[in-house]
Design a protein around this ligand. Structure first.
Ligand SMILES: [Zn+2]
Length: 254
């Protein structure tokens, strides 16, 4: 199975709000099921990898929306690979059509502030493991295009890598973001073009080492427990023998 690692949806952007931050919930009264970004220099929204456009149109609640299916996406936090739906909301304009095949960096649209909210220009993007229902979002109440769905979302910060020439920083909303939202692994295309990363390779090697050390630790722990048990048994035995000697000594005829 060919897996893919996703890149950021902008050449350069700032993260405004992360995934399910408690401060977001206490202010807005509901969870944030995606990440919010604003573009730096360019507001062009670009594809994060190989995908297919499943939905493209205007929603009464969240404005111009595009849903893209990205197959076999690697989650750099969990190591899991899953096919995911990405929902792009509030776009000023859409530059793709339903059925269109995308590759990384293809333009999807332009960041905007369309929809019912009084928000300023930003991209809300969410990733959903429920690929059978691309138009169902836990984020919004039912509308004409995007319907109210249950939560099967994934943190976008666990999926995005910094692609070639991409950069990301914090917008300056500390309670709405954590460092993990803007410190993303770099994706460096190797000579084979497989899209592997140096940091990930190092990470994999360290993870293997960690696992083998953990196995050693567990094995030694078992040995240590067994030795402790046999030491206790020997101590009991010794105590018993001492008792017998004392009893014999007490009855020794002098
Ligand atoms: Zn949002």
């Amino acid at each position: 199975m060919a897996t893919q690692k996703l890149i950021l949806p902008y050449k350069s952007c700032k993260v405004v709000a992360g995934y399910k931050r408690p401060a977001y919930r206490s202010y807005w009264g509901y969870d944030h099921y995606g990440c919010d970004y604003v573009g730096v220099d360019s507001l062009d929204i670009i594809a994060s990898g190989n995908g297919t456009v499943l939905t493209a149109g205007y929603d009464n609640n969240v404005g111009n929306t595009v849903c893209v299916l990205y197959p076999d996406v690697v989650n750099h936090k969990t190591g899991k690979t899953q096919s995911l739906i990405a929902r792009y909301m509030h776009l000023a304009s859409i530059t793709v059509k339903v059925g269109q095949k995308l590759k990384a960096e293809d333009k999807i649209g332009v960041e905007g502030a369309t929809g019912r909210g009084k928000w300023s220009s930003h991209l809300h993007i969410e990733f959903d493991t429920d690929t059978a229902w691309p138009n169902y979002s836990p984020q919004v109440a039912g509308s004409n295009l995007i319907k109210k769905g249950v939560d099967s979302t994934v943190n976008p910060s666990h999926l995005f890598h910094r692609g070639t020439g991409q950069s990301i920083s914090n917008y300056g909303t500390p309670n709405y973001t954590i460092a993990g939202d803007w410190t993303l692994p770099a994706l460096m295309i190797d000579s084979g073009g497989a899209g592997d990363t140096v940091p990930d390779a190092e990470f994999d090697a360290l993870a293997k080492l960690y696992d083998s050390l953990l196995d050693d630790h567990k094995r030694l722990q078992v040995e240590c427990d067994e030795l402790a048990k046999s030491r206790d048994a020997k101590a009991d035995e010794a105590a018993q023998i001492r008792k017998e000697i004392a009893a014999l000594a007490a009855n020794w005829p002098i």
